[in-house]
Design a protein around this ligand. Structure first.
Ligand code: ADE
Length: 318
């Protein structure tokens, strides 16, 4: 049988296990927009075994999306169906029936992206004081922030550990993320990290982290050298990106390789150049980052090994 055709048929066939009635979904507002897709906030009635209204996030296409974007959204749906881990974003349902747009209903993360959360936390003068709103990055989506506070070093470690556990799970089920970065990790209630935006979908939410190339946009500063040169993506290239993500955590959401143009990066990395240790980063943590940035993918640690290191670091901390 032609598996390509079977795949397409499967993608378009409604799956009663996941289908959610459109009339029980109330769209409230836009959380983010990309070139072809958008994420909305909505309320869903009695979804995924939860009584009453639940706030959810809804991924959908814009009106001018092309066939390939539809295909990407459906591919993401297929992937999300297969994953189940506390640190990976969860699918709650879909609307794929005729009579409306395609909606992927996913769990809502009340603090938004980890990158924005870290950057917002910088603006706090004290535990609960805020700077005037003019000091806050205007491009950010506004989230109601009942209990935003300064991010402690222990929390940084906890975020890294949670992301590591989610990634260890994804690698166990043979899924390569390809775009692991703080902007693609969501922060849910109780500061639980949820890895999102994995798989093939490459719609980018107007972020200058992505370098425009003929074939879409590429997150150069998060990419392993073998991905940049040979388009090789593996769990080991995800580990490289994880090292960059840890650097983002430590710097509370700074952009990697400050002052370095993406055009020069590959050459520099090949010559052995790596980011230096950030001011408030312990040598232990820096050594972990550096191990993720080994030029030889095989020499980089696995997410399982990294999880064990994190567990140890968190138990050593007082
Ligand atoms: N932005 C993108 N996806 C989101 C989600 N699941 N929850 C909250 N904000 C989001």
């Amino acid at each position: 049988a032609d598996t390509a055709i079977l795949n397409i048929i499967n993608k378009y066939a409604p799956d009663p296990k996941w289908e959610f009635p459109r009339n029980l979904l109330i769209i409230e507002q836009t959380l983010g927009e990309g070139e072809f897709g958008k994420v909305l906030r909505a309320k869903a009635m009695n979804i995924a075994g939860q009584q009453g209204h639940t706030t959810v996030a809804v991924k959908t296409l814009k009106d001018d999306a092309r066939e390939s974007e539809l295909n990407d959204l459906l591919s993401e749906y297929q992937l999300l169906k297969e994953v189940s881990h506390p640190n990976v974003i969860r699918l709650l349902g879909v609307c794929t029936t005729p009579g409306g747009p395609i909606y992927l209903i996913i769990e809502f993360a009340e603090h938004g992206s980890l990158r924005n959360y870290l950057r917002r936390s910088r603006h706090l003068k004290s535990e609960c004081g805020r700077l005037p709103t003019s000091a806050v990055d205007e491009t950010e989506i506004h989230y109601d922030e009942p209990n935003i506070s300064k991010v402690t070093p222990k929390e940084i470690l906890s975020f890294a550990w949670q992301i590591c556990k989610g990634m260890a799970y994804l690698s166990e089920i043979k899924l390569v993320h390809r775009d692991l970065a703080a902007r693609n990790v969501l922060l849910a209630a109780d500061k639980v990290c949820k890895i999102s935006d994995f798989g093939l979908t490459r719609d980018i939410y107007e972020d200058d982290a992505y370098f425009k190339k003929s074939k879409g946009r590429v997150p150069v500063k998060w990419m392993a050298p073998e991905s940049l040169s040979d388009h090789i993506y593996t769990n080991k290239s995800d580990v490289w990106s994880f090292g960059i993500l840890v650097w983002e955590l430590v710097t509370l959401g700074a952009t990697p390789y400050p002052g370095i143009a993406v055009q020069n990066l590959f050459h520099l990395l090949k010559q052995g150049y790596r980011m230096e240790r950030p001011d408030n980063c312990s040598p232990t943590l820096y050594n972990i980052m550096r191990s993720c940035w080994h030029i030889d993918p095989e020499q980089r640690p696995t997410f399982q090994e990294l999880s064990a290191l994190w567990e140890k670091m968190l138990s050593d901390e007082v």
